[in-house]
Ligand binder design. Structure first.
Ligand code: NDP
Length: 328
């Protein structure tokens, strides 16, 4: 069987993304073959394209999609041919019509959640799930707690604004324009700060009466690191989960002592979804919050597979908000 797929033959700019035809075979043990209905676009795809996260070539990009299971390999018991399904996957390979992949990370998609929503929400929604519910150890976050969330009008960001509100948290969102700040507020952020024009750490101190926040969720990295540290209360946690502006350079850990016994973590979704059981438990939580209406998945951009280069350009130029999908 042939499938259109987006591949790179070397790391580089969006021009390296090529639509090609690939042969897709039968699933082996522990695998499924899935025919996609929609594919999610994520900022992590740009790290894999540029080589910030290096991979062997050629590489078929893409980490999230939804579709219909066509065939299952030996030993796969949680899925069968004909099931609606969605996933966030490691290894990459979702930018295509059809693929064979490990079944472990694939979940049945409830009938009342559309394929487009499924494709847009798995990687970003499961990420939000572990950030808000599994990242702060000990007593966790309590209703009323302040958290700071950077890039709050992005894909993960707009899901986090809504989910944090549903949990009773006071999410302070940052974003790169006033329009994006409005969007974050409309999705449940308690406060929004335009970090292109304002000193966000100073504003966070004002909003929290000088105390600082319990957790900073920082996916911007290099440009925000210093302000993120300055936004924390004593014993606060900095969760650096992305590199939107570039990776954080090496730091002297003494900084954490001088700023008040701070904690830092660099989590990744892929540790959280390493087993079928944890993937399903997190997905069930995500499906439930979406089915309840407390979180809607804001798909703000749609591109044809053939326009994937433009999609990457727009994502890197900060022109997108919310979630982006590739339509098939
Ligand atoms: P977004 O839709 O949030 O897009 C990235 C946003 O980052 C931009 O829209 C922009 O928002 C902001 N940004 C700040 N500085 C820059 C810069 N110099 N260049 C480009 N963008 C910048 O993407 P996603 O929702 O797909 O992902 C959000 C982040 O979460 C990414 O960093 C991603 O790698 C990370 N992530 C991490 C995971 C993990 O488990 N560790 C899993 C999933 C995602 P603005 O203009 O408002 O500043």
């Amino acid at each position: 069987m042939l499938s259109k797929a987006v591949r790179i033959d070397r790391h580089g700019g969006p021009e390296e993304l090529k639509v090609v035809e690939v042969e897709v075979g039968e699933p082996g043990p522990g695998e499924i073959r899935i025919r996609h209905k929609a594919v999610g676009l994520n900022f992590i795809d740009t790290y894999q394209r540029t080589g910030l996260y290096p991979f062997q070539m050629p590489l078929q990009l893409g980490m999230e999609a939804s579709g219909i299971v066509e065939a299952v390999g030996e030993g796969v018991t949680h899925l069968k041919a004909g099931d609606r399904a969605a996933y966030a996957s490691q290894p990459p390979g979702a930018y295509c019509e059809l693929r064979v992949m490990p079944a472990k990370c694939v979940c049945r998609l409830p009938d009342d959640i559309s394929f487009e929503t499924g494709a847009a929400m798995m990687l970003k929604g499961l990420t939000t799930q572990y950030l808000l519910k599994k990242t702060l150890p000990a007593e966790g976050l309590q209703p009323g707690d302040f958290v700071l969330f950077h890039a709050a009008a992005g894909g993960v960001g707009l899901i986090a604004c809504q989910w944090a509100k549903a949990l009773g948290l006071q999410l302070i969102g940052t974003a790169g324009s006033d329009a994006k700040c409005k969007l974050a507020l409309a999705h449940g952020a308690a406060h929004a700060i335009n970090y292109s024009t304002e000193n966000f750490a100073a504003r966070v101190k004002e909003i929290t009466g000088g105390k600082g926040v319990k957790v900073v969720y920082d996916s911007v990295g290099k440009d925000t690191f210093e302000g993120s540290v300055d936004s924390l209360r004593p014993f606060g946690l900095l969760a650096i989960f992305g590199n939107g502006s570039g990776p954080v350079p090496p730091v002297n850990l003494g900084l954490l002592a001088s700023k008040g016994s701070l904690y830092v973590t660099r989590p990744t979704l892929f540790t959280h979804i390493a087993t079928r059981e944890s993937t399903q438990a997190m997905a069930d939580d995500l499906f439930a919050v979406v089915q309840s209406g407390a979180v809607t998945i804001p798909i703000e951009q749609r591109y044809a597979l053939a326009d994937v280069q433009q999609a990457h350009r727009d994502l890197e130029a900060r022109k997108t908000t919310g979630c982006t999908i590739l339509t098939l």
